[in-house]
Design a protein around this ligand. Structure first.
Ligand code: ADP
Ligand code: MG
Length: 264
């Protein structure tokens, strides 16, 4: 298995939002790559363009300049190769959990019995076997996010984009889900880009952490997570030697940006 091309290549993205108030440069020459099977986190101040980057990778918005390649192919619109999971689960209240899970497949026609069986299997893997026939309002926030994960995985994307998927959850649920997502993606050799406000989450889940700056959004630093922390599961990673030093390093970067922003 030789794979020369990175799973995702992000090249010199510049993005300008134009609105009634004028033009706003959200990104300036943002570039990084994501290898097959790699997990990368994006951290940075609010408004530095994290969601914009994910939306460009997903083919939902076209960058003003630069381009993205997924599996060596230029992105020109949404594709099955890329799955997107958001903070809000966007489950349809009138559909059962099983019916919500297969929604991404319906865009390609009628869902087959085999695909439904696969959805049931995935739901079971996520500990949701007993709620397949329930409705979203009957589930907790953590369970709903697990349904969102099933819905994202069912279309077999190569790359998952995760935009703060755990940030609305309580701490315990969040740790459990980090663990589940990490194991699931690792065992399936999926690549992922996670946006998070939580530095510990970024370190614990990733192979690499990319620190973004704002005004306009750009890559400030790329930090490789050391091997032992990388190979540990998110819960154990937090207890590893070196974890805290890495936390302080990233925290320092974010603080410096904050200090620069507010003239004292
Ligand atoms: P982040 O996810 O890092 O918080 P976003 O990518 O959502 O940042 O937004 C980056 C910047 O672009 C922000 O300042 C935001 O206000 C601005 N922005 C986002 N979407 C639009 C839009 N549709 N029109 C104008 N400005 C936008
Ligand atoms: Mg955002």
């Amino acid at each position: 298995m030789t794979r020369v091309k990175p799973a995702v290549g992000i090249h010199d993205l510049t993005h300008v939002y134009v609105s009634g108030k004028g033009a706003f440069v959200a990104l300036e020459k943002v570039g990084f790559t994501l290898e097959a099977g790699e997990f990368v986190s994006l951290v940075g101040p609010s408004g530095c363009g994290k969601t914009t980057i994910l939306s460009i990778i997903a083919g939902l918005i076209e960058p003003t300049e630069g381009h993205v390649e997924v599996g060596g192919q230029p992105v020109s619109g949404p594709s099955r190769k890329v799955g997107y999971m958001l903070q809000h689960d966007y489950l349809f209240p009138w559909r059962t959990i099983l019916a919500n899970s297969v929604i991404g497949l319906e865009l390609n026609g009628k869902v087959t019995g085999e695909q439904k069986a696969e959805a049931v299997r995935l739901l079971a893997e996520m500990g949701l076997k007993d709620v397949a026939g329930s409705y979203p309002h009957q589930l907790s926030g953590g369970m709903r996010q697990r349904v969102a994960l099933v819905r994202t995985l069912i279309t077999s994307p190569d790359i998952l984009l995760l935009d703060e998927p755990f940030s609305a959850l309580d701490y315990q649920t969040k740790l459990t889900l980090e663990q589940l997502v990490s194991e699931t993606l690792r065992s399936r050799r999926k690549s992922a880009v996670l946006v998070t406000h939580d530095i510990t989450e970024a370190i614990a889940m990733s192979d690499r952490v990319i620190v973004l700056d704002r005004g306009p959004g750009r890559v400030r630093r790329e930090i490789l997570v050391p091997g032992p922390i990388r190979s540990a599961c998110p819960m154990k990673a937090r207890e590893m030697p070196g974890f805290h030093a890495l936390f302080n390093e990233i925290w320092g970067e974010l603080e410096e940006m904050e200090a620069r922003r507010e003239p004292s």
